[in-house]
Design a binder for this molecule. Sequence first.
Ligand SMILES: Nc1nc2c(ncn2[C@@H]2O[C@H](COP(=O)(O)OP(=O)(O)OP(=O)(O)O)[C@@H](O)[C@H]2O)c(=O)[nH]1
Ligand SMILES: [Mg+2]
Length: 252
Amino acid sequence: MCDSCGCSQPVNSVTIRRPGQAMPAPDAAGHHHSHQAQGRVVEVREAVLGKNDGIAAHNREFFKERRIVAFNLVSSPGSGKTTILERTIRALREEIPMAVIEGDQQTMLDAERIDATGVPVVQVNTGAGCHLDADMVHQALHQLDLGENSLLFIENVGNLVCPAMFDLGEAAKVVIISVTEGEDKPLKYPAMFDAASLCLINKTDLLPHVDFDVARCREYGLRVNHHLEFFEISAKTGEGMPAWLDWLRSQI
Ligand SMILES: Nc1nc2c(ncn2[C@@H]2O[C@H](COP(=O)(O)OP(=O)(O)OP(=O)(O)O)[C@@H](O)[C@H]2O)c(=O)[nH]1
Ligand SMILES: [Mg+2]
């Protein structure tokens, strides 16, 4: 397990090396867990993820019966998930019924921002937890008045690592990267970009002020996931938003 967050990261995937040093052979990976301990880690990991996948399948069935399309929005903290949702909801609220589940370790701040747009919202506070899991979404669904044929946005906890592993029952993961984060993120956090279907490159209004190579970011994203689609947007100015809104319309 990942000791800091208990999120079932397998320790035997860890490698430690200096620049220029060749990739160590798998057994010399720098970890010191016995085979017995490794076996136990894998068992616990499979149990955690297996239980999660079962509940995710239940959520997915619930969505299917009601023709609800759910998107899991994932990114590092502050890339603009809530701002994108605010703008998206204001643009589509007369057209499509929508609801939001907000995930943060603490506070109701994001739920309050969504509440101001007038759509139903539930906040999940994960406390020490670094990701939403399917059971949290299941419980939140019981508190949401979700109409048929609606769009559900699940804003995950800001974290580019752990949410990649947890299926919530969504139709697709949408990963957001903002131009202040550096274009290397798809290579550094490949699990997330591999798990996502769509990548929003946000805060393009800041491009004149930062060293962010959009073409290279796309190339890195495609290197880890050649099905990944991209839209470049500014949730602040609205530039590029119509393509994202059309993509959403095409999903329902
Ligand atoms: N310049 C600029 N700022 C933006 C844009 N989108 C969001 N921001 C700003 O970025 C900051 C973080 O935005 P949020 O929408 O709260 O980001 P988030 O991903 O929801 O953050 P967490 O929920 O904390 O992970 C805020 O100050 C926003 O105003 C954008 O397109 N351009
Ligand atoms: Mg947010």
